[in-house]
Design a binder for this molecule. Structure first.
Ligand SMILES: NC(=O)c1ccc[n+]([C@@H]2O[C@H](COP(=O)([O-])OP(=O)(O)OC[C@H]3O[C@@H](n4cnc5c(N)ncnc54)[C@H](OP(=O)(O)O)[C@@H]3O)[C@@H](O)[C@H]2O)c1
Length: 187
């Protein structure tokens, strides 16, 4: 592949991490949105990804609706003409990883893969992937005919729990308490 990055230097030590929130029926997205939305999860996402490159698919970028600040945003699309101001657009997963690895503005030697389904699936095949930082929301997301649903891929038994923290959030005003777990997996 043609090297588009600075003088060709790449960080020697580099790892990928996945961060995602999914339900008991493995749903990450429904009709272009995330079907759960709570502060503790947003804070965890911000805290862990700030200052680091983030890699996402075009539809995840569309669902966020803006380039996230204080992070090098790398957006995947097969369309080489696709451009987003303030972000790097890559046409393959390998190019996205190389862009993250060539980000010498940040001293971090890690990039986060932030979705969606196809990008998570591809990241799970990467030998650079070291951690899954998951929010497991203990509900089954309701799915109706015609809903466009995306899922978190199954992952193998080589992934073991390093750390687990339980919590609950309140859905809707004065509504149902929903239990969740923040779980970090390593292999
Ligand atoms: N719960 C969570 O943690 C979480 C996280 C992220 C997203 N989501 C949700 O997931 C949904 C979006 O995810 P999605 O799976 O539908 O879409 P997505 O993965 O965000 O985007 C898919 C698009 O990205 C591009 N793409 C992906 N992999 C590529 C590759 N290897 N090479 C080149 N281009 C690639 C393609 O764009 P082109 O069509 O332009 O080629 C593809 O159509 C939304 O509902 C969002 O809210 C949830």
């Amino acid at each position: 592949m043609e090297n588009k990055f600075c003088d060709g230097r790449l960080k020697m030590s580099f790892e990928l991490r996945i961060i995602a929130a999914y339900s008991d029926n493995r749903v990450i997205g429904k009709n272009g949105n995330i079907p759960f939305n709570f502060k503790a999860d947003k804070n965890r996402f911000a805290k862990r990804t700030e200052g680091k490159p983030i890699i996402m698919g075009r539809l995840t970028y569309k669902s966020i609706g803006r380039v996230l600040p204080n992070r090098y945003n790398i957006i995947l699309s097969s369309n080489p003409s696709y451009e987003v101001e303030g972000a790097y657009c890559a046409t393959s997963f390998d190019e996205a990883v190389e862009a993250a690895r060539a980000d010498f503005e940040s001293e971090e030697e890690v990039a986060y893969v932030v979705g969606g389904e196809r990008v998570y699936r591809r990241a799970l095949e990467s030998p650079l992937l070291t951690r899954l930082e998951l929010t497991e929301v203990h509900i089954d997301v309701d799915i109706k005919d015609g809903d466009k649903v995306t899922y978190f891929p199954e992952f193998g038994p080589e992934w073991v729990v390093e750390r687990r923290e339980e919590g609950t959030y309140t859905r809707n005003k004065g509504g149902v308490m929903v239990p969740y777990s923040f779980v970090d997996y390593v292999r």
